[in-house]
Design a protein around this ligand. Sequence first.
Ligand SMILES: [Zn+2]
Length: 342
Amino acid sequence: MDTRAKVCIDRILPRELRRLQPTEPVRGGRTRAINPIGKSWMNGTTLHVRFMGGTAAEQSTAREQAGWWQQVANLKFDFNNASDAEIRVTFDPNDGAWSYVGTDCRDIPLNQATMNLGFLDGGTAAHEFGHAIGLAHEHQSPFGGIQWNEQVVIAEAAKSPNFWDEETTRHNILRKYSVDQVKGTAFDPDSIMLYFFPASWTLNGIGTKANDVLSGLDKEFIAGAKMYPKTGATIPDAIQLKVNARLRTQASIGQMGEEDLYKFTAVADGRYVIDTQGPTDVVMKLFGPGSATALIAEDDDSGISANARIAVNLIAGEYYVQVRHYNRESGMGNYSVKVRKM
Ligand SMILES: [Zn+2]
């Protein structure tokens, strides 16, 4: 067995680093320590995949292991090789295995890969597709039980096959995601999102094993309310909002983690305002035109008190609005939503 750790690099966009900074109070509102990272795709999304290289066998492995997620999550993969596919995969053996995380893939130019499968040992493709649908590394879980021997890890990762400097090693292995950044719960030693690390890399002599299949908790989490529940609202269920309707549309976040979906048709180019009102602290995202994966804007409390408000110039077309509670863990309550053309 090759005891060198083949470590996956989850790519974090530069702007992400800025987003992790504490935010200033908004218009006299409450101070929020950290913005949660909303990287998951809209529930029920079909993600298109384009292979930029790879043998038939390599592509087949990637398709099969992506399918493990599709079996349990309310997501579909369409391997249509479209030029505007959300997930674009290279198979460069000299570039390791890595992926951008979830909706970050949208920010990568279409002629560039969002994932590289430089090796396909075990469940590597499933692991990388896990990133592509918004999962982080299990070994960086703040709930994790790994007691790193930092000096050994830094020295080992500086050798073949990784050749990482200290900062890269700190980013990829040692630095833990803060509790506010992740949606997971307990550390899962069987997760596909965990990599093999030798016992000598830890202070207590307890290493980790590579996992080649989705664990029970992986399946439960990805199909759960916080990610892609099959029972949740999906794109075809989106409620139609009439632009400039006389009455506001009344709604509620009736259960934890619920996401409400709306769509509206902009019949003419112009400036549109979408806002919520009511006592419930919601986050609103606007997607389109004609796409449920192309994010235009996101807001949590530009509206009155903790309400959301997006004012944006749109071309004619169909748009999707997603509303969820700011606090996915426990938030519920009533709100109303309205779209106006100015
Ligand atoms: Zn990874």
